[in-house]
Design a protein around this ligand. Structure first.
Ligand SMILES: [Zn+2]
Length: 431
């Protein structure tokens, strides 16, 4: 049993004050370690969707990968390159007064961690980089589809043959191109020779601290699944160069990536007691219970995805999945009660126990059993005079379709209250 446990992937998540999320995928043999980062610019979804897919669908079999799914979550939620300026120009000098000073400090700390053997930084870049001018879209000033290094060599450092490693990365990409136009080239920015802009960037900070660092750019000309495709090919190429072994649970293609990004089974648990599927929701959800006196950004979210967030927008709270808006919540701010651990339901005549924040599947009808001390409110069900809807058998035709949470009218909220406090939600999905 013990040996089986050791083989299991170890995943640990830590969030610090500057809200940098580092997810560590470590095997029993945990060196070398790749640090993989996306989303330093909030409007480059190829990068942060690639880290998200990597976290959800890859396993590390030897060595480790530390993943920062999105460096600039604040800007990502706002579909903005950098609300406080370009975060990737703040690594050389930064005033302590800069609102992102603490964030930069925590990124620097991760980069310089002694475990980190190499760094890959994912970007979405314009056009297609070409070493010689071919057209306005294909020329040396463009960044798209290139592997970026700051210099050829980082002397006396393991994996410091940057050019050679980068050649390995692009070889892995170029053997699986979707079109000849997409061909990858190495772009050496020769930063130390006086490239003033690149001196301020993350990879050069890493180089100066003796960390081999690479950036991968996927072209903004490409649709999202194709950008993610090239980022993942770059990641796999670098893992090969570093000798880190991995497996994944899908075949790499833009078609499959489209399905994984738009996975209808994705959901999010809010406050540990409320659940929403990500897809198929109505554009607006009214009277949605959120905790009183809790800042929106401190509401706990749990999901398979790492790029979700809540964005306050005037009186609404938007649920974002990367740059995508999934729904607008119109909150009903309530005191929250966390005493409810499980509820009993009769689903199509069968008794079942459920914790809050679950989605139950119903063919014909459901009934919530009376639970001492709690009141039940099925949103969209109105029974004459009843203030507690426990004990009623509820069929699909008993529900007012306007109150479903999904656009198709199949999913309904079952809410639990203790006195005036909200105790949790179960969703009933009619099949
Ligand atoms: Zn970028």
């Amino acid at each position: 049993m013990r040996s089986i446990l050791i083989l299991l992937l170890l995943v640990c998540v830590s969030l610090n004050a500057a809200s940098i999320q580092v997810v560590k995928k470590e095997s029993a043999k945990s060196a070398p370690t790749l640090l993989l980062m996306g989303g330093i610019q909030g409007d480059e979804p190829g990068g942060f969707n690639a880290t998200d897919i990597f976290l959800m669908h890859y396993k590390i079999l030897s060595g480790s990968v530390w993943v920062v799914p999105v460096l600039n979550r604040y800007s990502m939620l706002r579909n903005h390159r950098g609300v406080y300026g370009d975060l990737n120009r703040k690594f050389a000098y930064l005033s302590r007064k800069d609102p992102e000073y603490p964030l930069i400090q925590s990124i620097k700390k991760i980069i310089t961690a002694k475990e980190v053997s190499a760094i890959l930084h994912l970007h979405d870049g314009s056009g297609f980089y070409r070493p010689r001018y071919e057209s306005p879209l294909l020329n040396p000033r463009r960044w798209g589809n290139s592997s970026i290094i700051d210099q050829d060599e980082l002397p006396a450092v393991r994996f410091g043959h940057l050019k050679q490693v980068s050649q390995g990365i692009i070889a892995n990409i170029n053997k699986s191109l979707l079109k000849p136009l997409h061909r990858y080239y190495i772009r050496n920015t020769h930063t130390a020779r006086g490239n003033v802009e690149m001196e301020k960037a993350l990879t050069y900070f890493a180089i100066k601290h003796k960390k081999p660092a690479f950036a991968n750019e996927a072209s903004k000309e490409l649709p999202l699944p194709s950008r993610v495709y090239y980022h993942l090919l770059a990641i796999e190429g670098l893992l090969k160069e570093l000798g880190i072994k991995y497996s994944k649970d899908f075949n790499l293609s833009p078609e499959n990536l489209y399905k994984l990004i738009n996975d209808p089974s994705l959901s999010v648990v809010l406050n540990n007691n409320t659940i929403l599927p990500l897809y198929g929701l109505r554009n607006h959800l009214n009277f949605f219970p959120l905790p009183k006196n809790t800042p929106i950004e401190q509401i706990p979210l749990n999901s398979k995805s790492y790029i979700l967030g809540l964005l306050p927008r005037q009186k609404q709270v938007w649920l974002k999945y990367g740059n995508k808006l999934m729904t607008r919540l119109h909150p009903l701010y309530l005191p929250f009660d966390h005493s409810l651990k499980s509820v009993k339901l009769e689903i199509d005549g069968k008794l079942e126990q459920s914790a809050p924040a679950r989605i139950i599947e119903v063919h014909k009808s459901f009934k919530v059993l009376v639970k001492e001390g709690y009141r039940v409110n099925v949103i969209g069900y109105t029974h004459n005079g009843a203030s507690d809807e426990a004990g009623f058998t509820i069929r699909y035709k008993d529900l007012d379709k306007r109150f479903s949470i999904d656009a198709k009218g199949r999913i309904y909220r079952i809410e639990f209250y203790k006195n005036q406090a909200f105790s949790g939600m179960v969703l009933a999905r009619f099949l």
